[in-house]
Design a protein around this ligand. Structure first.
Ligand SMILES: Cc1cc2nc3c(=O)[nH]c(=O)nc-3n(C[C@H](O)[C@H](O)[C@H](O)COP(=O)(O)OP(=O)(O)OC[C@H]3O[C@@H](n4cnc5c(N)ncnc54)[C@H](O)[C@@H]3O)c2cc1C
Length: 298
């Protein structure tokens, strides 16, 4: 029996482990792939306080250094009995007094040729993270929701021109944002259009698109493409036992407790506005403070 079981070793889970250690909680942290989570995919992080510029791998090393003596297991949590707080891996079961879900999210891929090969070489899923690298360059944004339109507006601060590619003729984003996008001269709308292929030798050079109505194909010359077609929160293993938003994010209250008592959530996996390393790390701290109080009261 441990005081706290943390599921996920990204910035939210690792930051929670730091706070759990300081609070004197017996803790075990499970990670199914590698520590650092999505942070590892970032070649250059320029928005984490304390570092003008650092790679995701180096920042992960700093995070893990701080939790060397916290018990960690490279194992996937396959299922959880939330009523009795028992976690199951393929090989063992662990009983905990409280649980923190910090399993993050994965960006939804477009699924076109060239996307995975050019990921990090012009193909990005995070405008807030990578936008500044495209100063005076031509970029595309793909998507029709608030994230895509906000990304296009954000990129208009850096890029020379932006092609906003959407497969329908109307956007799903709120009216105010749509109007701002339409009023921005650097943003060109490419509607009723789908991306077919991404081309480039060492980095992105061309985005091949196809108009859905006319069937016409043409290439847009671009240095970067920001894909904002949604995220997939990693919540499959919850098996419907915790309340989620329609998009699959975990609902939490102010203390970051979920719909189940003693079960908390932190980071990209929960419903929130800004999904970044700094907010994930902040969530980890808030969640453990709440967990400490919860454990004292039980
Ligand atoms: C390409 C890219 C670049 C980015 N660049 C930046 C940037 O420059 N600055 C910035 O602030 N943010 C950046 N972000 C966003 C940032 O990485 C995320 O907001 C942050 O990592 C979220 O942290 P998290 O701990 O909530 O989740 P994640 O980082 O997603 O970590 C979750 C962890 O949980 C593990 N896990 C999932 N399910 C299980 C399970 N069942 N059992 C055990 N383990 C499990 C996963 O393997 C993963 O390691 C970037 C994201 C991407 C994709």
């Amino acid at each position: 029996m441990v005081d706290l079981a943390i599921i996920g070793g990204g910035p939210a889970g690792l930051s929670a482990a730091v706070y759990a250690k300081r609070a004197g909680l017996s803790t075990i942290l499970f990670e199914k792939m590698f520590f650092g989570g999505q942070m590892v995919n970032s070649h250059n992080i320029e928005n984490y306080p304390g570092y003008a510029s650092i790679s995701g791998i180096d920042l992960t090393a700093k995070f893990t250094e701080a939790v060397e003596d916290v018990e960690k297991r490279m194992e996937e949590i396959m299922a959880v009995d939330f009523s009795n707080k028992i976690l199951f891996t393929a090989r063992e079961r662990i009983q905990a007094r409280s649980i923190l879900i910090a399993t993050g999210a994965k960006p939804r891929l477009l699924g076109v040729e060239g996307e995975e090969r050019l990921s990090g070489m012009g193909v990005s899923y995070c405008a807030t993270c990578d936008g500044a690298f495209f100063r005076n360059r031509t970029v595309c944004v793909v998507g029709g929701g608030n994230t895509a339109l906000d990304d296009a507006l954000y990129l208009s601060k850096f890029a020379k021109e932006i092609y906003l590619i959407h497969r329908r003729d109307a956007f799903r984003a709120d009216e105010l944002t749509v109007n701002k996008v339409k009023a921005e001269p650097l943003i060109h709308l490419v509607l009723d259009t789908e991306v077919q292929r991404l081309d480039g030798k060492d980095s992105l050079e061309n985005v091949l698109v196809r108009n859905k109505k006319t069937g016409e194909e043409h290439a847009i010359q671009a240095d970067g493409i920001f894909i904002a077609v949604g995220n997939i929160p990693q919540t499959e293993f919850l098996n419907g036992k915790i309340d989620l938003t329609p998009e699959g994010y975990i609902k939490t209250d102010e203390s970051l407790q979920t719909s189940m008592e003693g079960v908390f959530a932190a980071g990209d996996v929960r419903e929130k506005e800004l999904r970044q390393i700094v907010t994930a790390a902040g969530d980890g701290a808030v969640a453990v403070d709440s967990i400490r109080k919860y454990l004292q009261s039980t």
